[in-house]
Design a protein around this ligand. Structure first.
Ligand code: B12
Ligand code: SF4
Ligand code: SF4
Length: 310
């Protein structure tokens, strides 16, 4: 099969397994990734996420992660299930964490995709990545033509706004490549920066995790220290404000086709009383296979007691 036909077939398979969009970029070294990441870390914007600085050489050069890599098949999947702050009362859980863990969903789709590709060319070796692999997923999605990185630092698509998770299949074969998404469609808008309640977007395209509610409620481990004492604005896990105010989301978001992303336990409807009384057993049941497991019971309880808007 020629390269163009093979590439078309891969893209069709991406849709068949349930991804909303895909694009393909050639493996190359991009110096700007390293410059941006090192600057971000030098500024301390990674907060306590030391895993972000432990493997900079891999994270900023995909060939150091997978030596024989030739192509990055970048995929996006729409996970929008409704805005939290508009439709419900506090406290809030991010839209991304209401259903089944996206790592599980995307990995299983990428596994099927790789198997399908290997049926056509058995010599293909592929690595699939979702979130935890040391690669800069937003930059690769932009290079694969999926969308642009907005001022809030999330990747935005024309079709679904920024409510997309990203994933990649990195393979050892050259394909036909998409053009990078080179237009920045944020224009003069600054809404995400203006509306972020903790001023975490310190300049366009640059986020200080120390100030970000998402970081503090998900990634910070242990009790809050003085420096973590930001107003959580009623968020008990994650934060969606910079995305909810974005005109691209207001205009283009549509409900996900993936039923597993939806709110299985009507979590959006629960009030503070429910969360304050949550037992460890209930936590284990409700958040089995959920991203919320990451905070553990103690972390969620900590967030609940800190979240009430002061
Ligand atoms: C660390 C991390 C976080 C950290 C830091 C976020 C950040 N902005 O870096 C915290 C815990 C705060 C976080 C929060 C969230 N995250 Co997160 N996170 C990651 C992770 C693991 C790495 C991101 C990274 O490399 N950051 C370091 C910075 C330097 O890299 P970067 O932002 O990609 O930088 C590029 C550009 O922004 C640009 N750039 C950087 N600095 C500058 C400066 C200037 C001046 C310019 C012009 C450009 C520029 O250059 C870089 C590329 O060359 C990725 C998964 C992955 N492996 O990529 C998920 C990921 C980014 N997270 C994701 C999600 C869903 C979220 C949340 C929305 C969850 C939530 N609702 O609570 C929030 C969003 C908060 C926000 N406004 O960004 C998704 C985003 C999907 C999308 N559409 O973009 C990802 C891709 C996971 C996935 N597989 O889907 N996250
Ligand atoms: S996720 Fe929330 S706290 Fe973090 S930058 Fe966006 S609006 Fe600000
Ligand atoms: S709110 Fe405005 S500036 Fe922020 S990402 Fe969306 S379009 Fe860009």
């Amino acid at each position: 099969m020629d390269t163009n036909s093979f590439t078309d077939l891969i893209k069709q398979k991406c849709l068949d397994v349930g991804f909303s969009k895909s694009g393909i970029a050639p493996v190359q070294y991009y110096q700007e990734d390293k410059i941006h990441l090192e600057k971000w870390i030098d500024n301390g914007y990674h907060a306590s996420m030391n895993w972000m600085k432990n493997n900079i050489e891999k994270r900023t050069n995909i060939s150091n992660y997978y030596q024989d890599s030739k192509s990055v098949i970048s995929v996006a999947i729409n996970y929008f299930t409704g805005n939290s702050t508009e439709e419900y009362t506090a406290p809030f859980i991010s839209n991304y964490a209401l259903g089944k863990d996206y790592h599980i969903i995307i990995k299983s789709k990428l596994k099927i995709l790789l198997e399908e590709i290997q049926k056509i060319d058995k010599d293909i070796v592929g690595y699939y990545c979702v979130d935890t692999s040391p690669i800069m997923e937003k930059a690769w999605a932009q290079r694969a033509g999926i969308g642009w990185i907005g001022k809030h630092t999330n990747l935005i698509t024309r079709e679904f706004g920024s409510w997309v998770f990203l994933g990649e299949l990195i393979i050892n074969k050259e394909l036909s490549y998409d053009s990078p998404f080179s237009t920045d469609l944020c224009g003069t808008c600054n809404l995400c920066i203006d509306e972020c309640p903790t001023d975490a977007i310190v300049e366009p395209y640059n986020l200080d995790s120390n100030k970000c509610i998402s970081y503090v409620t998900i990634e910070h481990k242990g009790d809050f220290e003085e420096k973590n004492m930001i107003d959580l604005n009623d968020w008990i896990f994650g934060c969606d404000i910079c995305q909810e105010v974005c005109p691209w989301n207001i205009k283009f978001s549509e409900f996900s086709n993936e039923k597993d992303f939806f709110d299985r336990y009507s979590l959006k409807e629960k009030d503070y009383k429910f969360w304050e009384n949550l037992t460890e057993e209930e936590f284990r049941k409700i958040f089995k296979n959920s991203p919320v497991k990451r905070t553990k019971y103690s972390g969620l309880k900590r967030n609940i007691s800190e979240a009430k808007h002061k």
